[in-house]
Design a protein around this ligand. Sequence first.
Ligand code: AGP
Length: 603
Amino acid sequence: MCGIIGYAGKKDAVAMIVDGLKKLEYRGYDSAGVAVVGGGGFGVVKQKGRLAALEARLKSFPLAGRVGIGHTRWATHGEPSDVNSHPHVGSGNRVAVVHNGIIENYRRLKSYLEQKGVRFASQTDSEVVAQLCEYYYSGDIIDTVIRVANRLEGSYALGVMCLDEPDTLVAVKKDNPLIVGLSEHGNFIASDVPAILRYTNRVCYLGDKELAVIRQDGVRFFSFDREPLQKPPETVAWSPDSAEKTGYPHFMLKEIMEQPRVLRDTIRSARTGANQSVIDNLDVSRYHKIVITACGSAYNAGVVAKYVFEALCRLPVETELASEFRYKDPILDKKTLVLLISQSGETADTIAALREAKAKGAQTLAIVNVVGSTIAKEARYCLFTAAGPEIAVATTKAFSAQLVLLYLLAVRFASRRKTLTEEEERALLASVAALPEKAAELLEATGTIQKYASACVGYKSIFFIGRNIDYAIALEGSLKLKEISYIHSEAYAGGELKHGTISLIEEDTLVVVLASCERLYGKIMSNAQQVISRGAKVLLIGNSRNGANGDEKLTQILLPACHELFSPSLSAVVLQLFAYYVAANKGLDIDKPRNLAKSVTVE
Ligand code: AGP
């Protein structure tokens, strides 16, 4: 959570910092701030609220400087307020700091400093870093930052400026992401690539307990022993446009619409380069169990995958929420493959699950979207989704990319385990290859779903039901709706309704019924009839042409025909559009839903 950016160069830093913060706002958006070195002191403007509020304040109190730092906050310690916003400046006005993470021992450090007479302005854990830097400042900001970092417990990505060394920006990290961007006119730090993509695609990924010293004329890297480190820059393949809305009203809609391309690229990636070599080299005969662990939508992708792997590979698959994983003393051994799924590669609980799995001797394979992220670096094997940068907090294209990689992995495993004939394998691969076209077909005709969704803004609660793999994708439909529309929603296995939940069904309750499992079509339609008889309305999402039975309480969105196991990819597109248009009709801030942050880097 929280986004940080910094610049040291020939150009004015403020416009680039604010532009970068716009790309980072998905990481937190309850306050924001900028600080620059200039005029013999720091110029600092901080503002509670969205970035637009900071921009308005900067119009009244303009800043200018060639070295600066910025921050967008998701509050952990101290309410969202102007004073708790970053950057934090020490009480001597010599050091300014932006921080992403949590300083777990901040109380102890704060009372130590208070005993020495230091006065704190905010309730944040982060201010302690600025105060400690001033307290320890020795005439060398690099030594000072190392000394301070050695006293910190918890997680941090830090950008530090010191008035006595006004051309220098120092960055350091532990357990939170930080990249360095290199350009002709100056150099950057940022929480992630999209923040600086407009200015450069040459980046270095900072490792834990590594320090970067950024100046206009270059960047140097050091270990905490002050040994110089060599970090050749990598070129990011993402285009600058991929981090812009390009005419769409929201990133979420743009990202939904990008899915045919994303599916195509991700399918292609499994046949070439690094992904292919991972898929080909995994010795599947070694594993007697797969455990899939992830959070949120990535977890839901894992639930879909459980059905696919078990059906195709005849191998037991467990799914575990990453936030629970390490606390349940999971039963793992070297014959277990732990599969971690994460768009950002920085989700704290998924990282912890990965470390737990490695400590217990299990093999680890991650599916990640962000190259250079912690999970990508720490997992034994990693497959990359080709989704490009995903900016909207609600994941869409990255989720879809995860699904297709999981399908392809399952087919490959099954083929190696000889649970499929060659002919079956070919047919399955052809079904996966057809998904981009089918998704495009759905995206060309969004009118019905848009119209239906516009009539759903008044619901207090919407239920999603499905059976088997339709249940798995119902989980994602429900999550998508609740996170951006603020409508309460639950997903249930169709057969579970009558064990309690059906008591919630009353006149005009909306139940979204997922029905792409041909074998279970009759059964899920019985569940649909049971709720219709109790007054509910049904939105049926499925591929049977027999669905629309003339019942005025039932509306069907017809999906293109598809292999049952891969149908979640098509249902997902409709569910994403449904959630999007409900939220759009409510006039909500779709890309930045309240209380959420895209990258959940705290526990
Ligand atoms: C989904 O729309 C959410 N933003 C959230 O559930 C997300 O999938 C979860 O936080 C996991 O994030 P990750 O994929 O970056 O690990």
